[in-house]
Design a protein around this ligand. Structure first.
Ligand SMILES: Nc1ncnc2c1ncn2[C@@H]1O[C@H](COP(=O)(O)OP(=O)(O)OP(=O)(O)O)[C@@H](O)[C@H]1O
Length: 216
C-alpha cells in the first residue's frame, strides 16, 4: 500500500512541485503519467525516500518513510522497495549473480546464494549468472535488473519508463514480466510511463496524472 498526503517538493530556485493525494491499495497497480518535467522521477524519489518532501508525508506498507533517517532509511529501502530504474546501474565489475548479491549488503542481510539462484531461474537467467553485464543483450540486462528488484520480495516495485526503447513485442513481454513478478511477491506495482502502449495494456490500473511543472 502507498499513501501520500499533501506531498510537495522544491528543488533549489525552482517552482514547488505539488502532488495530488493518493492511495494505492496493497497489490494494486499505479501508472504514473505526465509530460516531461511534470515530476514523475521526483515522485518516485519521494516515495523511495531518496528525497525528503518540503511538506506532506508518504506511507509505504505502514511505514511513514520520512520518519526514518540515515542508515535506517537506507536499510528500509533495500528491504521493502524494489526499484527498476531506466538506467539499470548494473556493475560492470561484477557477474550477474554478484550484482544481485549487492542487494543483501544494502539491506544488511547475509548473502543468500540460494535466493539469488531462484530469482535468476524465475526470469530464465540461470545460464547467464556468471556473465558480466556488458555480455548481455538489452532485454537480458533489464531482466537482471528486475530479478535484482524482486530478490527480497519487496512490498512495492517502482519502475521508471520500462518500455521506452522497446518494440511492440518486447514491450508486451516486459509488461507481462513486471506484472507476473510483482504478483508473485505480492508487491504493489508503480510504472512511470509516457508510453500509450502501457496504458492500453493495463486498462484496470489506477492512474496518477501529473501536470506540467507539478501543478496538481
Ligand atoms: N536536481 C534538480 N535541480 C533543479 N531542478 C530539478 C532537478 N531535478 C529535476 N528538476 C526539475 O524538477 C521538475 C520535475 O523533474 P522530474 O525529473 O521529476 O520530471 P519527470 O516528469 O520525471 O520528467 P521526464 O519525463 O523528462 O523524466 C522539472 O522542472 C525539472 O527541471
Amino acid at each position: 500500500m502507498i499513501e501520500t498526503r499533501g506531498l510537495a517538493f522544491s528543488y533549489p530556485q525552482a517552482p514547488v512541485l505539488s502532488f495530488p493525494d493518493l492511495v494505492v491499495p496493497h497489490g494494486g497497480t499505479l501508472l504514473l503519467r505526465g509530460p516531461s518535467g511534470s515530476g514523475k522521477s521526483t515522485w518516485l524519489a519521494l516515495v523511495a525516500g531518496l528525497l525528503t518532501p518540503a511538506s506532506g508525508e508518504v506511507v509505504v506498507a505502514g511505514q511513514t518513510v520520512h520518519t526514518l533517517a540515515g542508515a535506517a532509511r537506507d536499510r528500509w529501502r533495500a528491504r521493502c522497495l524494489g526499484f527498476l530504474p531506466q538506467k539499470l546501474f548494473l556493475s560492470e565489475a561484477l557477474s550477474v549473480a554478484d550484482n544481485l548479491a549487492l542487494v543483501f549488503f544494502a539491506a544488511g542481510l547475509p548473502v543468500d546464494r540460494g535466493a539469488i539462484g531462484r530469482a535468476l531461474s524465475a526470469l530464465d537467467l540461470s545460464s547467464l549468472a556468471e556473465r558480466k553485464p556488458s555480455q548481455l543483450s538489452g532485454g537480458q540486462a533489464q531482466r537482471v535488473a528486475l530479478a535484482r528488484a524482486l530478490l527480497l520480495q519487496p512490498k512495492v516495485l517502482l519502475v521508471d519508463e520500462p518500455t521506452a526503447s522497446l518494440d511492440d513485442e518486447a514491450c508486451a513481454a516486459a509488461l507481462a514480466l513486471l506484472q507476473r513478478g510483482a504478483a508473485e511477491v505480492g508487491a504493489t506495482l508503480v510504472i512511470s510511463t509516457h508510453d500509450a502502449r502501457v496504458v492500453q495494456a493495463l486498462p484496470a490500473a489506477q492512474t496518477l496524472r501529473l501536470a506540467r511543472e507539478g501543478v496538481a
